[in-house]
Design a protein around this ligand. Structure first.
Ligand SMILES: [Zn+2]
Length: 361
């Protein structure tokens, strides 16, 4: 006899499909006065004219839920005062100031998790709670972008206990590693951090790591690795993107690579001053992800890390997208490009979930 539960599954008309977005700067935006719980459209109404540093809002909890986004990797990001560009206030001069800024963002997420629609994901059990077709909640995995808030490598454990599950040592260069536009290897502290992160069970996010620090880290660190928001250098030749060699190395370590949906990372000649939003389309997203898949020899190592709200907005994302509710259109673009439904499901979320299940306690 069939169980009742098994029978009721057949009554579900729509298969359960979900999206994972591996990079959103939710707390940083909140520090700049954006309430994540408000829809992007409501934010736009409040921000007229749009703030030139933030761009036209694309992200809000309502759009993410509407768009079937069930998990986001949300950053703790503190801005260094010595950044060559990207002046953000407040910024940090000392490790303690970086720590304080990141703690504030952590408190924001803890507050946010009081909303019944949000769950902070710390374990595999939390993933199951979120990926439940009968409830509509957003799971948030905390990702520290730029490790300066970790005052000493031993403190990695304190952050883990506070809920952080992913750490990217670099943004620009940090006390730990060479980074975007500031090349260099791991520092002595950085080498120690790799060991502490592995012992603690943290995931290593290699986005923003300079090439020297990237390859050194892969030798020292034996835990799970990702690049939460990095595109292909072969199409956009700057040190912010991943070379083919870096992509292959990530794949060899069972990593997953999130493609960012910022036009400037999708096409090299795109400029924000262009009034030509339509120049970059989802075909560019498919092109980057297809390249990762070709290097991997399968479709199990690519995902999305939109970086929506990472200092740009609707004016700077592919033409078909307006808010996060449109992320599922990426699946349609892959369908038109001949990807199977299984491959699409993996790229939109399955690959990230598999990595999380392997990595989380
Ligand atoms: Zn970033």
């Amino acid at each position: 006899m069939k169980k009742v539960g098994a029978v009721s599954r057949f009554h579900r008309v729509k298969p359960f499909r979900f999206i994972v977005d591996a990079h959103e700067d939710i707390a940083e935006n909140a520090m700049q006065g954006r309430d994540f719980r408000l829809s992007a459209l409501e934010k736009r109404r409040l921000e007229t004219p749009p703030d030139s540093h933030k761009g036209v809002a694309t992200l809000g909890l309502p759009e993410l839920l509407q768009g079937d986004v069930r998990i986001v990797f949300a950053t703790l990001w503190a801005a260094p005062c010595n950044a060559p560009e990207d002046k953000v206030k407040p910024c940090y001069e000392t490790p303690q100031q970086a720590y304080d800024l990141a703690r504030k963002q952590l408190e924001y997420y803890n507050d946010l998790a009081k909303d019944p629609r949000i769950i902070l994901i710390r374990s595999r059990t939390d993933i199951d709670r979120v990926l439940n077709p009968d409830s509509s909640r957003l799971g948030v995995v905390l990702l520290m972008e730029g490790a300066d808030p970790i005052v000493t490598p031993k403190q990695a454990r304190e952050w883990f206990e506070a809920g952080v599950r992913i750490v990217g040592p670099a943004w620009h260069a940090t006390r730990y590693a060479g980074g975007t536009h500031m090349p260099g290897p791991l520092t002595e502290l950085g080498r120690e951090l790799m060991k502490e992160m592995e012992k603690t069970g943290l995931i290593l996010d290699m986005s923003h790591m300079a090439e020297a620090s990237f390859f050194e880290a892969l030798e020292l660190f034996h835990g799970p690795v990702i690049a939460s928001h990095s595109n292909c250098r072969t199409f956009v030749p700057t040190d912010r993107q991943l070379s083919d060699e870096m992509i292959s190395a990530l794949v060899a370590h069972e990593g997953v690579i999130g493609t960012a949906l910022y036009n400037g990372f999708l096409q090299p000649d795109w400029k924000q001053t262009d009034a030509t939003k339509s120049k970059v389309t989802l075909a560019d997203v498919v092109k980057h992800i297809r390249h990762v898949c070709d290097l991997a020899g399968d479709r199990l190592h690519a995902g999305i890390g939109s970086d929506f709200d990472g200092g740009f907005g609707a004016e700077s994302i592919p033409a078909e997208l307006d808010t996060a509710a449109d992320l599922r259109k990426i699946g349609e673009a892959f369908g038109e490009a001949g990807f199977s439904q299984t491959d699409i499901d993996n790229i939109l979320g399955g690959n990230w979930v598999r990595l999380l299940r392997r990595a989380l306690p």
